[in-house]
Design a protein around this ligand. Structure first.
Ligand code: ZN
Length: 42
């Protein structure tokens, strides 16, 4: 059995498709943009 923590830890670190910054895990993880590039104002 693998714990949920280990499962998420084994996931590859996501990178923003725009600026290449690491993406902080959030609910809408299908978005490949960091918080900066995902801002509606941009
Ligand atoms: Zn970005």
């Amino acid at each position: 059995m693998i714990s949920m923590v280990e499962f998420f830890r084994n996931l590859p670190r996501k990178k923003c498709s725009k600026c290449g910054n690491d993406i902080v895990e959030k609910a809408d993880c299908y978005v490949n943009l960091c918080d900066n590039c995902d801002h509606p104002a941009l």
